[in-house]
Design a binder for this molecule. Sequence first.
Ligand code: SF4
Ligand code: FES
Length: 391
Amino acid sequence: MDDEPTAGVVGGEDEAAELCARAPVGLLAELTHRCPLQCPYCSNPVELEGVKNELSTEEWCSVMRQAGEMGILQVHLSGGEPTARKDLEDIVKAASEAGLYSNLITAAVTLKRDRLENLQKLGLDHVQISFQDVDPEGAEKIGAYPGATQKKLEVARWVTEMGLPLTINAPIHRHNIHNVPRYIDMSVELGAQRLEIAHAQYYGWAFLNRAALIPTYEETLASIDCVEAARERLKGVLTIDMVVPDYYAKRPKPCMGGWGKGFMNITPAGKVLPCHAAESIPELAFDNVRDRKLLDIWMNSDAFNAFRGTDWMKEPCRSCAFKDIDYGGCRCQAMAMTKDPRNTDPACALSPYHNEMVKLAKDEAAKPATAFVYRNPRNAAAALKSKEEPL
Ligand code: SF4
Ligand code: FES
């Protein structure tokens, strides 16, 4: 980047300190959309970014420096598959020098031990590995990658042998929900510190595959009971985080901890988003780190200010006692299901769309699963044309 944006130039010292106090905690850096797997539950946008548009090494390193200067604490290096970037080492080094806690979110199927050791030397702090299933055949079917499970187990063992903290990510859907207890056992056996039981969230590719993936209400409740019992049993051994499917909720999740409140996402091409699915809201335009300072985008960009706070809300959120707790739920889900991002998230029982959304989920889950639309460039064009009608 020729003209590197500099954080902290928006005002004087006092203002800079105040801005840093309000800085996001976390930054998700989607280094690339390239990926050796083709998971149908992927939350990446259907329109995948081509390699020629990806930020350069220096542009990503500048992002890391700016993030450190503005007080961001953690960077999650994600994708696609972040190890597909040959310059991952430079980016990790820049993150470490900027004082950021770095987490590599990887499918791990192409990672070599010497590369992982080098990344650790350069400052990598944490590794998160996704397992498509605990059954190798199920994992191959979901990820469309032969031999994935064996390779992932091998890499997970390297991570703990090297003394790096390990998180296992378990993306849950109707094809593997019965294996939640085995995910827990596997995580303990591998010495993971944390397990994410992450029920698929239906944005991006996952939205196209909802009828292929959504579990029944009863299966969902059983998985929640299983996790709650394991949390009790494994206190001090394994931390288990759980994201439940919105479609069966009565109250929405405070998505991203509130829009523009604690998190930012940078796409492979440098667009800065308040959440990974924000591009699904057509009225928003996103600034790019190639054109504008990260701090300026965070503080002043139209996209970040669009749904900050509560002024933008419509009823029933506007006069609801929970509006400062859940921020009206998820804007992208309101967009996907009602075609208006200002509507209450239909996951909320007070939304006029709620009952229809629950019925839709239960009806889809009761039918045989549809075929997967695998996440790959060939399917992207067809998938874009087959968008579902709003409720
Ligand atoms: Fe949350 Fe809005 Fe539902 Fe109230 S009406 S619980 S603020 S989503
Ligand atoms: Fe965008 Fe929830 S995913 S606000």
